[in-house]
Write a protein that binds this ligand. Sequence first.
Ligand code: UDX
Ligand code: ADP
Length: 516
Amino acid sequence: MVDPTKGINSENTSCHHRNTFSCLPKESGNTSFWGMSVKKICCIGAGYVGGPTCSVIAYKCPELQVTVVDVNPQRIAQWNSDELPIFEPSLDEVVKSCRGRNLFFSTDVDQAILEAELIFISVNTPTKNYGLGKGRAADLKFVESCARRIAEIAKSSKIVVEKSTVPVKAAESITNILKANVKPGIKYQVLSNPEFLAEGTAIGDLLNPDRVLIGGEQTSEGQEAVSALGWVYQHWVPREKIITMNTWSSELSKLAANAFLAQRISSINAMSAICEVTGADVSEVAHAIGTDSRIGNKFLKASIGFGGSCFQKDVLNLVYLCECLNLPEVAAYWQKVVDINDYQRRRFSNQIIQRLFNTVTSKTIAILGFAFKKDTGDTRESSAIYICQHLLEEGAHINIYDPKVKKEQILKDLSSRPEIFDSPDRLNELVTICPDAYTAAADSHALVICTEWDEFANLDYKKIYSHMLKPAFVFDGRLILDHNSLLDLGFHVEVIGKRLTRDISRVVRTPAAGST
Ligand code: UDX
Ligand code: ADP
């Protein structure tokens, strides 16, 4: 369990941050708004954001009743079962400790809206795949339908909190929908409260956030609402970490944070391409630049490209925003972050094909890891999907093993480009989902690390080598393996951002080069 008690009611009054909201309560008592106080919270959307976030709120605020609702009955049934719908370290323990006490999962969206004073909207906002802004703009249809539902159902005033990542000014649209449908005597305040949790570390991120961001209207009613939401977080987040600002800044900050993080990965991946050509080592370059305190050492790991539901979607969203604002140069700048990511994926799969003597047709390639990063079962925008599809296009057979991703999910992801397969059975002919890494590697020509799961670093590679076809290749797309040991075993090893044949440490270690 990640640090379950640290931080409860950690009140810090020595706040000097300019933007720490002065109206946040200094006392630990509940704050009232419009003569009410927050007792019941509803969260619409029981996904990767809503589920963990509200579980932690329930865990840290035992006096509040938190109900997470979703239109998907299967998802809700899973939240109420022993097998939660998402894999996230420590989430099980948090949910089990408060489910049925003050944390509830339900499909009764209307009842939860009726009862709550504060409503989080945590529904999905995927990239639009139709119409205006296709391929770039965020699709707000789910957010809008929540706003309309709230307006239709509510019989008392509500604070509506936009938790999903949305384009700048989405709060304004939600406000307009609510106000256009408002019933007499009811008031609404819409807040922006973007979530910064990363999958795989969500519980730790929620328990000890770098900051909590709350954007609200710069009116006294807006500030009352900010204060009420701030009070919820103050149960465990130090006051100086709760940053408040106007709604638009808050919305843009979320897009900016993800764009900056994605940009760092594209920057180091661009460096990795230079390293492979010149003989420099991208890990050494990352270490060297990361020791500069202005740059910092996090998020500098070269890889097969970033995946996940946020980075690409949010950068494209930013690009679309810039285009709409008639800022084409700024749009082009951010677009390059996504372009480099696509390039990195393609570069890696091309390298596999080239090293395997320029053809993978009918060859068997073992793919280790399908999730977009370790410690999650999420495959949204996973680079593994793109790499596998490219190899399948070239006629390869692929054996896939991932410790947390289910077979149905992998097959669904790979079939997203049906044109690759000339018949419906072709996918099943070419793809085998394996129960472990050894089965995947057996009789394969190459082993490809796509996700940095810890277990892949500790496999018995001697055994794997003995069961592979020769020459046996390893492609480490995550820089997690001991490359020199693999070379010693006889593998041909290819690594992102490093040319191993020129590895000076290996030359020194080789008896022929080092003796006499
Ligand atoms: C991200 C943000 O980190 C989080 O703040 C936001 O709320 C949601 O989006 P997430 O997508 O869950 O979180 O995971 P993250 O750890 O950011 O990784 C994203 C992708 O970048 C993964 O595919 C990961 O493997 C890759 N990555 C990350 C790298 O390739 N190199 C790095 O150095 C770091
Ligand atoms: P995220 O990663 O942003 O949490 P997910 O796709 O994991 O996104 O979860 C979003 C959830 O929101 C889904 O379970 C979906 O069923 C739910 N959802 C979408 N629209 C609505 C709605 N109008 N009412 C209730 N739940 C909704």
